[in-house]
Design a protein around this ligand. Structure first.
Ligand code: ADP
Ligand code: HMS
Length: 556
């Protein structure tokens, strides 16, 4: 049959990238990144310049199509592969990144009359302005003893679909009324590629409270939230929910022309970035926690049973790998915290020094921070710069650094921030491990493991577990390409199952990060201190963070 290929497109927070993959080996033959022309929209709405409120984060839907227009032709050209041999295409996306569309599937922000209303735009996963709605969703679910709540670690996040929809209804009822469907961006892009709307089981399960056996929560529950939401799931959330690895349809002629691909090739149903990464590092069995480490971290784990774990984002049957329960947890900011430190609070002499030595600022800070032993800085931080996703599930929580003195150096603070995010991950590892979902080893992918060795050693020491690193430049995109191969099927030159695809196509590096016993011991002590701060500020004993936020909001 000759060599066959698929293309995976990974939609991240700031850019989208396409990877053309050889199906026999998983080799990434060519890749291309398209930065989103409109970036993350979190201050002013494009065009009108309307100021967005605190905690908002939007995107422009055309930026997603721009990725297809630019990156797919670029990888075909760079690879020199004949488009006839590309048998499928798949995508993965940040989530819950959602948008309202009309009957024709057109985003409402493309309508002249709605373009100046921020609620007509795409709400990015890290849009955190629906916390009041999320609080009510949780309170009412708890009061009614809703069975779905434990499946989401006891709390539904403000990042997810129902809270975001309810915020639209509360603040822009005319947009809510005009909306024909609320879609995950991943499903919207797939609908643009195939000409029909299908929902994927992964985002439906993790982000929209859909269950394989039980479907959505009851109409009575939605009515108890707000009578106007009673029919939401039959109307604006309607649609067929399709399992991962299925084909969502064939590529339309128009999309084929736009991308240079062959019309009719299999388009895999949409997927989430972190979830797509799991088979791409070869993880198809329980016990291995996959961390997609970038601006945030998503923690993914497989299990054979549905267990209740405090503060996890969710457990979904077939949510990552068919036949297993997929668990997800996460930290809303990791790389973003390091970026904040470098961009917003670093003394200029560090930048000058790094430049003089021909190093990037992160590299300079990493080198200097590595000169300290665990505990030597005397500092400890809570990593809640963008709230706490797991295990506290509260976007109102904020960061803190304890132990600063007049002698504290920037590299010490940098090291402390790396450590704080490792402690956040340790909380998640402990939550799973102590609730019957074992975590024996860690697997890391995403941008951070390639960029910062100190960070990875700290994670190994803090969690006392060996870390395997993805041997792929674009792991989620490789995963998306693998799902595309499954959607295309073995007969077309793809695979029958994602497990078969993983066996042939997934890779990790030979070198791993192993815990260093002396460091493990000291970090254990620091972790106990971290846990005390975590519980004191995070579990309501002292809600000063919430009070400060309320004062800030009223002062704005
Ligand atoms: N050397 C470094 N050490 C630690 N963090 C870094 C380094 N270089 C970049 N970062 C952070 O990595 C994040 C980007 O990660 P990446 O995986 O490339 O992106 P994304 O999460 O959007 O897919 C940014 O938040 C940036 O601050
Ligand atoms: O929340 C999820 C997945 O559930 C992610 O899409 C979100 O954290 C964004 O991930 P990135 O940090 O942009 O890779």
């Amino acid at each position: 049959m000759g060599q066959k290929y698929t293309i995976g497109v990974d939609y991240g927070t700031q850019s989208g990238r396409a990877v053309l993959v050889d199906l026999s080996s998983g080799h990434e033959v060519a890749d291309h990144v398209t930065p989103y022309p409109h970036h993350v929209i979190d201050e002013y709405l494009p065009g009108s310049g309307i100021k967005l409120a605190h905690d908002w984060a939007l995107q422009h839907p055309d930026d997603y199509l721009e990725v297809l227009r630019r990156s797919i032709p670029a990888v075909i050209k760079e690879s020199g592969v004949n488009p006839e041999d590309v048998i499928g295409v798949g995508i993965d996306f940040t989530a819950c990144t959602m948008l309202p569309v009309d009957e024709a599937g057109e985003p409402l922000c493309f309508h002249k009359e709605y373009v100046d209303d921020p609620h007509s735009w795409v709400k990015l996963w890290k849009h955190h302005a629906a916390q009041p709605e999320a609080d009510k969703i949780n309170q009412i679910a708890a009061e009614r003893g809703e069975a779905f709540l434990p499946r989401y670690g006891g709390k539904i996040s403000s990042e997810w679909m129902i809270a975001k929809i309810w915020q639209i209804l509360d603040e822009a009822p005319e947009i809510y009324d005009r909306t024909d469907l609320f879609l995950e961006a991943t499903d919207w892009v797939i609908s643009q590629m195939t000409g029909k709307v299908v929902r994927n089981s992964c985002t439906a399960g993790y982000k929209a409270i859909w269950h394989k056996q039980e479907g959505f929560p009851s109409r009575e529950y939605f009515k108890a939230l707000d009578p106007r939401l009673e029919n939401l799931t039959d109307t604006k959330l309607r649609g067929e929910v399709i399992a991962l690895g299925s084909s969502a349809g064939g590529l339309t002629d128009a999309m084929a022309e736009l991308t240079g691909l062959k019309p009719g090739i299999a388009v895999a149903v949409g997927n989430v970035d972190a979830h797509a990464a799991v088979p791409a590092v070869g993880v198809v069995t329980p016990g291995k926690l996959v961390m997609a480490m970038g601006t945030s971290i998503c923690h993914m784990l497989l299990g054979t049973e549905e267990k209740q774990v405090e503060g996890m984002c969710g457990v979904v049957e077939d949510g990552i790998i068919p036949g297993l329960y997929g668990y997800e947890a996460g930290q809303s900011a990791v790389g973003d915290i390091f970026e904040w430190f470098v961009e917003e609070s670093l003394p200029s002499y560090v930048k000058e020094q790094a430049e003089k030595e021909g190093l990037g600022v992160h590299q300079w800070l990493e080198r200097e921070a590595a000169k300290y032993q665990p505990g030597e800085t005397g500092l400890l931080a809570l990593d809640w710069w963008n709230g706490n996703r797991s295990v506290l599930v509260d976007t109102d929580l904020t960061g803190m650094i304890l132990g600063l003195t007049l002698l504290t150096k920037p590299q010490e603070v940098y090291r402390t921030l790396l450590e704080a995010t490792a402690f956040g991950t340790r909380k998640i590892v402990d939550a799973f491990h102590s609730n019957g979902v074992p975590v024996d080893a860690l697997y890391a992918c995403g941008g951070l493991p390639q960029k910062n060795r100190l960070l990875m050693q700290i994670y190994a020491d803090v969690t006392n577990r060996e870390i395997y690193i993805a041997d792929s430049k674009q792991t989620p995109a490789l995963g998306a390409a693998m799902f595309a191969a499954v959607a295309a099927g073995a007969e077309a030159g793809g695979y029958d199952s994602i497990i078969d695809a993983a066996t042939s196509m997934a890779r990790v590096k030979e070198e791993t990060f192993k815990p260093i016993p002396a460091n493990v011991e000291i970090y254990e002590l620091l972790y106990q201190e971290y846990s005390k701060l975590h519980d004191y500020f995070g579990r309501g004993e002292n809600d000063v963070m919430k009070r400060l936020k309320a004062i800030k909001k009223s002062a704005e």
